[in-house]
Design a protein around this ligand. Structure first.
Ligand SMILES: O=C(O)CCC(=O)C(=O)O
Ligand SMILES: [Fe+2]
Length: 202
């Protein structure tokens, strides 16, 4: 999976604008800009956000593509099938004690230096998200590279922080306030994951 995520050309850069509105831009187009042009453009988009939620990261919206009938590569379809397989959903149900889990959605994510996700709770009024999951696919990562999955307490302090550990699953109930800290320019490799939410039946 790490090799597939490292090699795929399917990434779009996702930048949050407002509630329910993201801009998804093909990374291949952004790469035609100079670094300074691209950074200025991305900052102008995040600066126009009126939300406390802000993010910039790369994604392959696997489940959304399948639902919309957009092309997605065979390994991505296999990932969608895996997180919706009876053994995976049964395992998650056993770990969480939740008995109403019906299906999972999934996206691949890639955080490069400068990418981040500010504090949010994962609630979506249009969906019944019960759990969030992150399958970490970065072979080696260091805490001082950023990209830490942080859980915040009521005072805004970091109550728990998880460094991406290869092949580790982070699983947590929705809602809980969490964020992904800014990835440093020191990170010598992308932070790659397979992530999404596990839903109760609609
Ligand atoms: O990548 C992570 O560790 C968490 C991502 C996340 O919270 C999200 O996409 O909503
Ligand atoms: Fe989240």
């Amino acid at each position: 999976m790490h090799q597939i995520l490292s090699a795929t050309q399917e990434w779009t850069r996702s930048i949050h604008l407002h509630e329910g509105q993201d801009v998804d831009l093909p990374v291949s187009e952004l790469d035609q800009m100079s670094d300074s042009e691209r950074v200025a453009f991305e900052r102008s988009l995040t600066a126009s956000s009126s939300d406390s939620l802000q993010y910039v990261f790369d994604t392959v919206r696997i489940s959304a593509a399948i639902t919309d009938g957009r092309p997605v590569s065979a390994p991505m379809v296999a990932v969608h099938r895996f997180v919706n397989s009876a053994p995976f959903l049964r395992f998650v149900s056993q770990v969480s004690g939740m008995t109403d889990l019906a299906f999972a959605d999934v996206m691949a994510t890639r955080y490069l230096p400068g990418h981040f996700l500010t504090a949010h709770g994962d609630e979506n009024p249009r969906e019944r998200r019960r759990l969030a999951y992150v399958l970490n696919m970065t072979p080696q990562w260091r805490a001082d590279w950023g990209g830490i999955l942080m859980f915040l307490d009521d005072d805004g302090h970091v109550a728990e922080g998880y460094v991406p550990a290869f092949n580790a699953l982070n699983l947590f109930s929705v809602p809980q306030t969490h964020a992904v800290s800014l990835v440093s320019h020191l990170a010598s490799t992308p932070r790659l994951s397979v992530t999404g939410w596990i839903h109760a039946a609609a």
